[in-house]
Design a protein around this ligand. Structure first.
Ligand code: NCD
Length: 313
């Protein structure tokens, strides 16, 4: 039995986890509208998780605050799966993405991978970059508006791992070099104002004509939902894999659930050093005040364990 706790809208991820569980012969409880649960009465994340982990064998959580899944894991008796924590990470989408690349290239190595769109707020991109950095000879092309470049903690991660990357603003100038093009949506819900969003909303639109010089083996991917960043005339191109990608995601989630339910949950590590305050207003520690201040060090700098933002140098 899984508990799917979706505090943010979702179609694919929630239904994909549900389908995976039902296909394995299991069942699912939970909510997709926190307004219909005790969250609306002001229940803390800690209490909701403590309760749900009495009922279910695993918890799948999506929440708009960065670090929320990590926070939930501190209070859960059962494994917690991050189904998207704000603009931070989305690791199970990455497993779907890796499955897609692996299946269509044979091996994940020596690839030119272009990630295009809102690289600042797109959580799928952050998780995918971290995972791909572990594979040999990957070259990243980060294609985004200047204001929506990859966040600093991802930059530091790449540098620490000697991972090569190029940052550019033009999709057209890059597309012909790519083995994989991973398009993403401008993340409307992460902008402070509608006008900031409007400045970027049509930043990149992949059309059939832009693909004229692209490799015949190009993989065109997108975590979905798309708004207008891939025009519908691309859908019939044999290189367009985004709907297949969602299907691989379901099989991968079946495998993930089976693996997790077979292995007993591990006690989470806690390093409560106190006195180090995370300044990120989108961090879960800002709304769930009882959380310990968990910090890790990297190259002499300290980062928040929940949201990965720099705390101090
Ligand atoms: C993504 C997400 O929620 O981060 N969707 C998904 O889970 N497949 C991408 C997005 O919303 O743009």
């Amino acid at each position: 039995m899984a508990a799917n706790l979706f505090y943010e809208p979702s179609t694919r991820t929630n239904l994909s986890f549900q389908t995976a569980m039902y296909r394995l012969g299991g069942s699912v409880i939970g909510f997709s509208d926190p307004g219909s649960s005790s969250v609306a009465k002001g229940e803390s994340l800690k209490d909701t998780i403590a309760m749900m982990s009495n009922y279910a064998d695993a918890i799948v959580i999506r929440n708009p605050m960065e670090g929320s899944a990590k926070a939930a894991s501190l209070y859960s008796r059962v494994p917690v799966i991050n189904a998207g924590d704000g603009g931070h990470l989305h690791p199970t989408q990455t497993l779907a993405d890796l499955t897609t690349i692996r299946k269509h290239t044979g091996a994940i190595k020596g690839l030119n991978i272009g990630l295009c769109g809102d690289l600042m707020n797109g959580r799928t991109v952050h998780s995918l970059i971290k995972a791909l950095t572990g594979f040999p000879d990957i070259r990243f092309y980060f294609i985004s508006p200047r204001e929506l470049k990859i966040p600093d903690y991802i930059r530091l991660y790449l540098e620490k791992n000697n991972q090569k990357y190029i940052e550019i603003t033009s999709l057209e100038a890059t597309i012909d070099n790519l083995d994989v093009l991973y398009m993403t949506r401008i993340q409307r819900e992460r902008f402070g104002t509608e006008s900031e969003y409007n400045n970027h909303k049509h930043a990149y639109i992949l059309t059939k004509s832009k693909l004229s010089g692209a490799r015949s083996s190009l993989l065109i991917m997108h975590p979905l939902p798309r708004v207008d960043e891939i025009s519908v005339d691309v859908d019939d191109d044999p290189r367009a894999l985004y709907f297949a990608q969602a299907r691989y995601g379901m099989f991968m989630r079946m495998a993930l659930m089976k693996t997790i339910l077979k292995n007993p949950p591990r006690e989470p590590e806690r390093v409560d050093i106190g006195g180090a305050e995370c300044k990120n207003p989108r961090c879960i520690c800002k709304t769930e005040k009882y959380l310990p201040s968990l910090v890790y060090e990297n190259n002499g700098a300290r980062f928040c364990e929940f949201c990965d933002k720099l705390i101090c140098v």
